[in-house]
Design a protein around this ligand. Structure first.
Ligand SMILES: [Zn+2]
Length: 378
């Protein structure tokens, strides 16, 4: 005879054994257990149990019953426990699914069920998982502009569980905004955009903390607005703010997720020169001088396809999430162009300018300038 197979028992049998002293262990992940587990079960994930069996189950002679979702993982865990010297181990056939189907009692463990349910699709991704989701929850993202780019970005960042969203915009909602600025609604015309955005974002995800600043970013307040930011999202619609944000993010060593739209085309990149001097470029490495005002009309003057800031803003949100989680390859050093009419993406490599007045290695910060004058005089 070879090694004895692990016995499988039905949920009803498991319930009886539990009453006579067997230890029932739910080996699913915390987010799976959060929506309900067999009454009286000890919740220890399979990985946790395998890494320290004695810490969780001190008596190797005790009767141990393992349960998971459908019976596969619990069987694997049971075999591993047997190999560790636990002699009396069984697996519950059909798992929690069958336990529930048979009408046996379930409990919801105390703890943050909202967190586990809301983010369950993130928690299933090994690249995010509980640690990543907690990171997102602890993050502070400063969004300059609650308009065309800021709307989709803020919506998805809030949905994704970004802990604190700092919204900076001194504008009020206008009917002409609603063609693309989807945070706002017809009934909130005339309301401050930061307040309108707070209403929309809190309704989507009440866990997110919203801080509002109905201010225009200037040299005088920018460092206060960016304080504590993990990532800055540029949703500004003017060059003066863009240069100001760039300079501040280089000085304060914050990653800046840049986005811009014009008619049917958009651009997005990550400027990370503040943290990666001489390796990643800044906005000024790319555009040392602002374009002449007549060559760079804003949306109000040139028009914009309503969906375009939606596409670009979501690319910005994607980059912001990746930066916070520290996963993937960011757009630092690459400018992504989007042409909606041709439905084509194109990428340009960007190198840091060794003579850049703001981010060149060894160059002290030159100080903030009069950005409105700088952009008007171009
Ligand atoms: Zn630079």
């Amino acid at each position: 005879m070879g090694e004895k197979e692990i016995p499988e028992i039905s949920p009803a049998e498991a319930r009886q054994h539990q009453r006579s002293g067997a230890v029932l262990v739910d080996v699913r992940e915390a987010f799976e257990r959060a929506t309900g587990q067999a009454e009286g079960a000890l919740g220890v994930s399979k990985a946790e149990l395998m890494s320290a069996p004695e810490g969780n189950l001190p008596d190797p002679g005790a009767e141990i019953l393992l349960i998971c979702q459908s019976g596969g993982r619990s069987m694997q865990a049971a075999r591993a426990l047997r190999a560790h010297g636990y002699v009396n181990v069984a697996s519950v056939a059909g798992g929690t699914t069958r336990w529930i189907a048979e009408g046996l009692p379930i409990t919801k463990p105390s703890g943050d069920a909202d967190f586990y349910e809301r983010y369950s699709r993130h928690l299933k991704l090994p690249e995010v998982g509980e640690a990543g989701q907690r990171k997102l929850e602890g993050a502070r993202i400063v969004m300059i502009g609650a308009g065309g780019l800021g709307s989709p970005a803020a919506f998805y960042l809030a949905a994704a569980g970004s802990g604190t969203l700092v919204l900076v915009d001194d504008d009020v909602v206008d009917r002409s905004n609603l063609q693309r600025q989807i945070l706002h609604t017809d009934e909130r015309i005339g309301v401050a955009k930061t307040e309108s955005a707070r209403t929309a974002l809190s309704a989507l995800n009440p866990r997110v903390r919203i801080e509002k600043f109905a201010e225009h970013a200037t040299s005088g307040n920018v460092e206060r607005l960016l304080e504590g930011a993990d990532v800055v999202v540029d949703g500004a619609d003017n060059f003066a703010t863009r240069y100001l944000l760039n300079d501040a993010c280089v000085k304060l060593a914050k990653p800046l997720v840049y986005g811009a739209v014009h008619r049917f085309e958009g651009q997005v990149s990550v400027f990370d020169a503040g943290r990666k001097r001489g390796v990643a470029p800044c906005y000024r490495c790319l555009f040392p001088e602002p374009p002449p005002a007549e060559a760079a009309p804003n949306c109000a003057e040139a028009g914009v396809l309503g969906v375009l800031p939606g596409v670009m803003g979501l690319l910005q949100a994607t980059e912001a999430i990746k930066l916070i989680l520290g996963i993937g390859t960011s757009l630092a050093g690459r400018l992504l162009h989007f042409d909606a009419l041709a439905m084509r993406f194109r990428e340009t490599r960007l190198s840091p300018d060794p003579e850049c007045p703001v981010c060149a290695i060894g160059k002290p910060f030159p100080g903030y300038i009069d950005y409105a004058a700088f952009c008007a005089s171009a």
